[in-house]
Design a protein around this ligand. Structure first.
Ligand code: FAD
Ligand code: UDP
Length: 372
């Protein structure tokens, strides 16, 4: 019997924003999720009074005022600014590549000196390329930032993160890293950024307030029965699974975390420290308290929680984290997308259904744009 207007598959960010809007519009919704909690990858677990980002560090950033105002209407955001530090064999460098990095790398103190040093290194790479375009990440990175920074801050980190040598990776991955001639360690160029005060669970709870949610409920375990309950379906799970993998399985890249409680109030003095030497097996260490505790609050909380992040090759059955947007997978995703256009009563959304590497803000933007 039809009891709901929408069956929403997935209590992640897309499903939750959609459910909020549908409820506001007077629609009846049932949200299901196969996980034992709401929030999808935004979910935080409280350990030692610290919100631990269970599925990896999440920093909200956007230049879209409508999106920023919308999330702040649900929960106020703090002033966290992402400024990761890189550790290479015990020496620290600021990121993204800016005047602080150039000073630490070359001892230069003015933009003119830094520019001259960069140009000297770029000229060497141009000579090597001999008028042809960079053909892989190694060449692109060296042209962007020179050999010194490539060797110390990019080569090892990228190899660990992608499980492949820079020579065998596409150039575009590195093009989005900012290069700045000012002393500015803010990793993002966006106008707004922060973390919800009280954590991401507050955002999700606010969005799903008054909405019926069933956890530990897999859509595919009871598809016909669940579909019979609602007029329409909003699907935010993997697109290939929706179509029973009829064209084959899409691939993902995954990460794993080793989380420990440390008996110190301040382990590394920053939320994110990247380890750029290939000899260190993890890519970065996240110290979760720094996302939400500032100044004296850090020491007032006597212990700390850290997560070492490892990159791994994804296999079916593992948590699908990042879509692999290479030619093969994009072509496969396009075939599935063509099928979705024929559906009358299903709305597809979110990073798994769209098979796109979305940050949170674009997911909110899309969920605000669909008709409820
Ligand atoms: P998800 O959060 O994946 O939600 C989908 C939900 O559907 C899940 O809860 C899943 O359990 C459920 N589901 C799937 N299949 C079924 C089924 N068959 N039955 C029932 N339920 C099902 N973005 C940023 O803006 N800043 C960051 O710093 C940032 N860092 C990130 C770090 C990592 C490691 C990762 C992986 C992502 C990061 N992101 C970041 C991206 C962010 O996580 C996503 O944009 C956002 O979570 C997408 O929300 P979603 O609802 O599309 O997907
Ligand atoms: N990168 C790097 N060294 C760093 C940080 C990033 O070489 O210390 C490279 C790496 O190849 C990575 C890319 O820059 O894949 C993009 O980095 P970003 O932090 O934006 O990636 P994310 O962790 O969000 O996937």
């Amino acid at each position: 019997m039809i009891k709901y207007d929408y069956l929403i598959v997935g209590a992640g960010l897309f499903g939750s924003v959609f459910a909020y809007r549908a409820r506001q519009a007077g629609k009846r919704c049932l949200v299901i999720d196969k996980r034992p909690h709401k929030g999808g990858n935004l979910y935080c677990e409280s350990i030692e009074g610290i919100n631990v980002h269970k599925y990896g560090a999440h920093i909200f950033h956007t230049s879209n005022k409508e999106v920023w105002d919308f999330v702040n209407k649900i929960v106020e955001f703090n002033r966290y600014t992402n400024s990761p530090v890189a550790n290479y064999r015990g020496t620290l460098y600021n990121l993204p590549f800016n005047m602080n990095t150039f000073n630490q790398m070359w001892g230069v103190t003015t933009p003119a000196e830094a520019q001259a040093k960069l140009e000297e290194q770029r000229a060497e790479v141009r000579r090597m390329l001999n008028e042809r375009e960079p053909q892989n990440l190694e060449e692109q990175a060296q042209l962007l930032i020179g050999k010194d920074i490539y060797e110390v801050l990019i080569k090892g980190y990228t190899q660990k993160q992608w499980g492949r040598e820079c020579k065998d990776l596409p150039a575009f991955i590195i093009k989005r890293l900012p290069v700045r001639m000012v002393f500015d360690n803010n990793y993002f160029n966006d106008k707004y950024q922060g973390i919800p005060i009280g954590g991401y669970n507050k955002l999700i709870e606010g969005l799903l307030e008054g909405v019926e949610v069933r956890l530990n409920t897999d859509y595919f375990a009871d598809r016909a029965e669940l579909e019979s309950l609602a007029e329409k379906v909003v699907y935010t799970g993997p697109i290939d699974e929706y179509y029973d993998y009829r064209y084959g399985k899409l691939q993902y890249r995954t990460v794993s975390f080793e989380t420990t409680i440390e008996n110190t109030s301040n382990y590394q003095g920053n939320a994110v420290v990247n380890y750029t030497d290939v000899a260190i097996p993890y890519t970065r260490i996240i110290e979760h308290k720094h996302f939400e505790m500032f100044g004296a609050e850090v020491d007032a909380c006597p212990r700390t929680v850290i997560s070492k992040e490892y990159s791994a090759e994804w296999k079916p059955g593992m948590e699908p984290y990042y879509p692999v947007n290479d030619e093969l997978n994009n072509a496969l995703a396009a075939q599935y997308r063509a099928l979705t256009r024929r559906e009358q009563n299903v709305i597809f959304g979110g990073r798994l259904a769209d098979y796109k590497y979305y940050d949170m803000a674009p997911v909110v933007e899309r969920a605000l744009a669909v008709e409820v």
